[in-house]
Design a protein around this ligand. Structure first.
Ligand SMILES: Cc1ncc(COP(=O)(O)O)c(C=O)c1O
Length: 296
């Protein structure tokens, strides 16, 4: 918390903090992966996450913002203090603390939280999704490109609608009526042997998992396309999956109760899951530079 490791109950901010009262908070979600052969914990693409956090802080004008070197040191110190030797999830966040109004730019508080987080079971089983009635917040209103807590109201409404209707996940359309993303992850569609994902201008977070998978597709010899996806194309897809740091890669079995392919996790999705797992756990030497080892 602001550079110190403190017990969780002592990590407090003011109830008048604009970070709470006006959701003036930006954050990152990062995963660290345990490699049992090497007895090492690898933080995945931390510099890229922190670069995105710097962008988020700049856009909402937090000042002075903590620099990335301090945040990297805090992530290492925190994991070591907790003694984690298993998969975990790290949330660096920055906000306006103390008292202030909607436009207050400081004082900036920052903290890093780390907790155990195994892989979601849907990685294996997949999930059933629906296209929700809520539309994605637009880049000229509450920009999804910023990882701001305020954007997650839109995601929450979408997620609640999907849950209420008995679905495991939500697909949100943007104002133009094309596919944007889900409440906490991006979408990929396999169609005609190509892997298609909406462009970063269609109302999505510039996802690090998405960028990783676009790179891995090249290695796997699979053609990719970043273009808008129409709603009905979801039903023409041979496979669909949902991806993000938290979810990793979740196969989408059905959309609006209609099966995608045969309604089971497809072969292309499984190839990406295997390739992704090899990268994040350090089994692919080509991408070791994406991993930060935590233990000496
Ligand atoms: C709204 C949203 N889209 C996409 C993603 C995926 O981004 P990343 O792959 O960087 O975790 C996330 C977070 O994980 C998210 O919250």
């Amino acid at each position: 918390m602001n550079g110190d490791v403190v017990p969780f109950p002592e990590a407090r901010i003011s109830i008048m903090a604009p970070g709470l009262t006006f959701a003036v908070t930006v954050f990152e979600g990062v995963r660290a992966y345990w490699n049992d052969d090497e007895k090492q914990l690898f933080v995945f693409r931390l510099p890229e996450h922190l670069e995105r956090l710097q962008f988020s802080m700049r856009m909402i004008e937090l000042s002075p913002a903590p620099d990335s070197d301090r945040l990297v040191a805090a992530v290492s110190a925190l994991i070591r203090a907790n003694g984690y030797r298993e998969d975990c999830y790290i949330r660096p966040q920055a906000y306006v603390d103390d008292w202030g109004d909607m436009t207050a730019t400081g004082p900036v508080g920052w903290s890093v939280i780390c907790r155990r987080r195994p892989r979601v079971s849907a990685f294996e089983t997949g999930k059933d999704f629906m296209v929700v009635s809520w539309r994605r917040n637009a880049d000229d209103a509450s920009p999804p490109r910023i990882k701001a807590a305020a954007n997650y109201l839109n995601g929450r409404l979408a997620g609640l609608e999907a849950q209420r209707c008995g679905f495991g996940g939500a697909i949100i359309l943007n104002r133009d009526g094309t596919v944007s993303e889900g409440p906490g992850g991006c979408l990929f569609m396999a169609r005609g042997g190509r892997l298609v994902t909406p462009p970063v201008t269609d109302g999505i977070l510039e996802s690090i998992t998405r960028a990783t998978l676009l790179d891995l597709a090249q290695d796997l010899g699979i053609a990719t396309e970043e273009r808008s996806i129409g709603r009905t194309e979801l039903h023409l897809a041979s496979e669909l999956f949902y991806c993000g740091t938290g979810q990793e890669i979740v196969p989408i079995r059905t959309v609006d109760r209609k099966p995608i392919g045969d309604g089971e996790p497809g072969p292309l999705t499984q190839r990406f899951q295997e390739a992704y797992d090899a990268v994040v756990r350090g089994r692919n030497p080509r991408y070791r530079h994406w991993l930060m080892p935590v233990w000496p």
